[in-house]
Design a protein around this ligand. Structure first.
Ligand code: ZN
Length: 204
C-alpha cells in the first residue's frame, strides 16, 4: 500500500466539515454558528446542513431578516443561486411563535438582527431545538457585526469560513468595500465588496 504524504503549510487553515452529533432519538437542543466574510460560503454551508435536516425528515423552519431583499423575498439565496424557502421576519421574537413545532431552525443573515436574536436562539436551544445561524462576523470596517459576537459566544459550535483574497490569493476574512459610503448595511454583494486578506485589507 502506498502512503500519501500530506503537507500542511503553517499559514493555511484547515476546514473540517461540520458533522452533526448523533443525537437521534434524543431531544438535544444546540446552537451552531456559521460565520465569515462575504463570499466565504456561509449560506452554502447553511443550505448544506438544511438539506441534511430535510433528508432526516425533521421539522424545519428557516428565517431571515426582512431587510435582506437582494433576491427573492421568501428564499435564502446564496451567490451560486442554490436556494431554500425561508420566512422574512422583522423581529427575532417572531421566531418563537413560528418555530412552535420545529425541531430545527435555520437563520440566515443574522448580523442584521438586534441582540435579542441571541436570547431567542438560546431559549430555542434550551427547549430542545437545533438552531443553525449564519451571518457576517465583521462589517466592511472590520468591526464585529451586530449580534454575531454574542451568538458566537453562546454557540455550541462555531464554524468560521474564509473567502479567497482577490488581490493575492491568500485566505481572506475581510469584506473590503469598493463602493463609496459609510452605511454598515449596503446590500448587493458582488459589485460593492471584495474579499481581502488582512494584509491587502489594510494596504489598499
Ligand atoms: Zn491578500
Amino acid at each position: 500500500m502506498r502512503s500519501v504524504k500530506v503537507r500542511h503549510k503553517s499559514n493555511t487553515a484547515q476546514y473540517v466539515m461540520f458533522i452533526e452529533p448523533n443525537t437521534r432519538g434524543l431531544v438535544r437542543g444546540s446552537l451552531e454558528v456559521i460565520c465569515g466574510s462575504m463570499f466565504s460560503g456561509k449560506t452554502e454551508e447553511l443550505i448544506r446542513r438544511l438539506k441534511r435536516v430535510r433528508i432526516a425528515n425533521q421539522r424545519l423552519l428557516v428565517v431571515k431578516p426582512a431587510i435582506d431583499t437582494r433576491f427573492a423575498k421568501e428564499k435564502i439565496v446564496s451567490h451560486d443561486t442554490n436556494s431554500f424557502i425561508s420566512t422574512p421576519i422583522q423581529d427575532p421574537q417572531q421566531i418563537v411563535a413560528l418555530a412552535k413545532d420545529s425541531e430545527v431552525v435555520g437563520v440566515d443573515e443574522a448580523q442584521f438582527f438586534d441582540d435579542s436574536i441571541a436570547t431567542v436562539c438560546e431559549q430555542l436551544a434550551a427547549n430542545g431545538v437545533r438552531v443553525i445561524v449564519a451571518g457576517l462576523d465583521m462589517d466592511f470596517a472590520g468591526t464585529p457585526f451586530g449580534p454575531m459576537p454574542l451568538l458566537m459566544a453562546k454557540a455550541d459550535h462555531v464554524t468560521k469560513l474564509h473567502a479567497i483574497c482577490v488581490r493575492c490569493g491568500a485566505m481572506a476574512n475581510y469584506s473590503y468595500r469598493i463602493a463609496a459610503g459609510e452605511d454598515q448595511v449596503l446590500l448587493g454583494a458582488t459589485d460593492s465588496y471584495e474579499p481581502r486578506c488582512r494584509q491587502c485589507y489594510h494596504q489598499p
